[in-house]
Design a protein around this ligand. Sequence first.
Ligand code: CP
Length: 312
Amino acid sequence: MLEQKDLLELENLSKENIELILDTAQKFKKLFTKSVKKFPALKGKTIVNLFYEPSTRTRNSFELAAKRLGADVINIVSNTSSIMKGESLIDTGKTLEAMKVDFIIIRHSISGAPNLLAKNISASVINAGDGFHEHPTQGLLDLFTIKDKIKDIKGKKIVIVGDIAHSRVAKSNIFALKKFGANITLVGPSTLVPESFKTLGVEIDYDLKNAIKNADVINILRIQLERQTKNLFPSISEYVKFYKVTEDLVSSLDSNVIIMHPGPMNREIEISSHLADTKKSVILEQVTNGIAIRMAVLYLLSLFKNISKVSL
Ligand code: CP
């Protein structure tokens, strides 16, 4: 059982707890890839998706995961709620709690917003991505996908390409992968790959071709122009010239290398369209695995709160 009310970050989640989530997700994946997709462990429970930033994958994945567990789901989008009238995050959280909701899934542009909410309400809070901080369920689904393909990732080379500085996905990946002994290389322009990341025990490179030599996994991140307060590289065409990952670059590598991207993709900017659609790409498997991971997280947190109706 996960001995915690909330899932806010992977940095402080033990390897054993991560393994528990992955094992549980494996069972849910088996279940929902069969014809009967529902497992009513959360029947009668209510889950709120509270999203202050846009999302396709994470929000819909949490909604489907919750519905497959039999829960009721409501979606709150900041631009159509009282958030627009200046309501604070804590007041929104307490208002939802007064409606007796059981889980709040929150995405916010400010790092630490989910932690603040979790401290102020008794409902379980799950971080669906906060600022530059973490995106724990993305880190878990990426780890699940890598382990599904590679099994033992100890000593394997995982290369993360692109906008590391603004990426909560990179941080959650690093925290999770390091616990399983992976060797991680970050690559991108120096303005997007700060030297300070070396303190997390990763290698840093600024040359894409060199960085991906002997890679087992290449995880390509989106350029997050919306989070950049100043121009951190001369132009998109300059970025494309030096850091777009293409089929040509990858063809010289071990044929078993897998290509990942958390989405949404900017085709022909950070990844060539052709590469995104090749057999090496597991991008859509990441999406499928995301539902299994989110079912597992919701289920395991509900066991801690003793609100689950059914045992897996
Ligand atoms: N990977 C991810 O977080 O995608 P969304 O922004 O679509 O949720």
